[in-house]
Design a protein around this ligand. Structure first.
Ligand code: AR6
Length: 169
């Protein structure tokens, strides 16, 4: 399934895909990092549509318009805040990837771009996060042919290296 997975370095808001995934917060209130970048690039319609949800639990995912971005939809998921690894952070992070892809399948979104969820402001260790992201996406793709392509869009060189090393194994 690795032929369906691609690692690139850059700005996720520029991706011409069916869906970009946002690393949001439980209130879907917008914020810094990739969340801030997505709301700035997509414009106010993303926040307007987000308000119809009563927030989003950690590990869950909801879909809105992508506004002015080239993608069709935004899948907002809420990553776990890193707490030393003792609060099921790994399972919750896997839930983010799995539930985001479930929403993509349900909405007929075939190409999906993920940021490195939880590895910025939420402090999840990057190497473990990459391992979880790749394993969970590979498992999903094996059972769901409707998803054609998944991009891991890394903002920084360190994450890009981690993903490339892990995928070349
Ligand atoms: N394109 C791709 N990746 C990006 C971009 C971009 N334009 N900008 C940042 N990243 P973070 P989190 C990377 O902090 O840790 C927000 O305030 C960044 O380098 O955005 O899940 C939310 O509202 C990092 O590798 O998300 C939440 O409150 C990755 O995206 C909180 O931050 C994720 O970093 C969520 O924290």
């Amino acid at each position: 399934m690795n032929h369906k997975i691609e690692v690139i370095q850059g700005d996720i808001t520029k991706m011409e895909v069916d869906a970009v995934v946002n690393a949001a917060n439980k209130k879907l209130a917008g914020g810094g990092g990739v969340d801030g970048a997505i709301h700035r690039a997509g414009g106010p319609s993303i926040m307007e549509e987000s308000k119809k949800f009563d927030g989003c639990e950690t590990g869950e995912a909801v879909v809105t318009t992508a506004g002015k971005m080239p993608s069709e939809k935004v899948i907002h998921t809420v990553g776990p805040v890193w707490n030393g690894g003792h609060k099921n952070e790994a399972d919750r992070l896997a839930d983010c990837y799995r539930n985001s892809l479930k929403r993509a399948s349900e909405h007929g979104l075939r190409t999906v771009a993920f940021p490195n969820i939880s590895t910025g402001i939420y402090g999840f260790p990057k190497e473990e996060a990459a391992e979880i992201a790749i394993r969970t996406v590979q498992d999903y793709l094996e059972e769901h042919e409707e998803i054609e392509h998944v991009y891991f869009v890394c903002f920084d060189e360190e994450n890009k290296q981690l993903y490339e090393n892990r995928l070349s194994k």
